[in-house]
Design a protein around this ligand. Sequence first.
Ligand code: SIN
Length: 441
Amino acid sequence: MINTDFLVVGSGIAGLSLALRASEKGSVAVVTKRSLEESSTKYAQGGIASVLSEEDSFDLHIQDTLEAGAGLCHEDAVRVLVENGPQRIKELMEWGAKFTFRENEGEMSTLDLGREGGHSRRRIVHAADLTGLEVERALIKEVASRHNVHIFEYHMAIDFITRGKLEEDVPLGSPEDTCFGIYALNTEEGTIETFLSPATMLATGGAGKVYLYTSNPDVATGDGVAMAYRAGARIADMEFIQFHPTCLFHPEAKSFLVSEAVRGEGGILKLKDGSTFMENYHHLASLAPRDIVARAIDNEMKKGGDDYVLLDITHLPGYQIRERFPNIYKECLSFGYDMTDEPIPVVPAAHYTCGGVLTDLWGRTNIKGLFACGEAACTGVHGANRLASNSLLEALVYSERAFRAACEERVERSPEILDVPKWDTGKAVNSDELVVVSHNW
Ligand code: SIN
């Protein structure tokens, strides 16, 4: 049995940044189902949206987020997201994340701010086109330096341990319900281990892998949200699955995303015959919000009977494309497409789970002691369609708030940790549903 002050489930940007903060206050266990770095964060290309230039304002970022969310965002949650952004980016840089800077003649260099769909200003902080990889690298390095953060790789969380599950007179998810920790399967040993904590932080990411065509890595199976649902946590907005408009179309290009930043730098969507179409759908054309672009592409593919559309950025000089998009350039080339010279074939694919475990503005769920943040949570900021590059931002902003709330509640509840029973395999039954999950990428 492992008993810690904070229990973090998941090791993407939400989980690891939370673990870093928590390590200032006590012992931390990070439970993750594969290796530490394997999370959706690692694959994020575009960047982190935040108001960092004089031409921009909090109100504009809020407005863009609300518009992308199709009227279903919670404005108070969006304001919290946007106003806390600059401070969280600064911290991330203090933790060692190295972002791309722009040289300004005769002046100090400044962060190079990119643009993506639905944004009215340049505000995307990025590390070339490998932002998530850089963020994950920096966080892992920092976490490794904290002696009180204990990492449990290849441990798959399988169930929350709650009062509602242990005591018959406490209904699941009721106001008396409390989370004490999790059972996790050690997938290397084949054993079930018990993790206890007064503060369990769920940061397990989204569910893109329930779709056949997705930009998500194999770990994005939504099991954290399912686990919370089984424990009686409230779940919201799971119907809002965002489709990214541009994944590379190639039978072997498993999940390869072509960042929206390519359109941000002037890339234009075209049909196979070279004609443009996005101006028929939205005044921002190829830079319209993501749901509109994905639906437009789908519509055009169905109308024309095509398997893909084209993304053309050949108007930029080759050296500029190679410098701004080194990874996308290299990947496309490995599949036979030189994006400096020809348009590349793209299709929409499932990309982001806008819904998740319902939280308040402090990451609290309806179960005491259980907090959720990052893609696994539904804070209300995304509405029906997340604005590009607001996901890493949400993970940073709301994990910090969940940490602060957990500190307050932990003090009140610390004597409540119980002697919980070991996992009872007798209660595990075969599902009577015939679910066949297959992925043919
Ligand atoms: C991208 O680079 O297009 C993905 C960024 C995001 O999903 O916000």
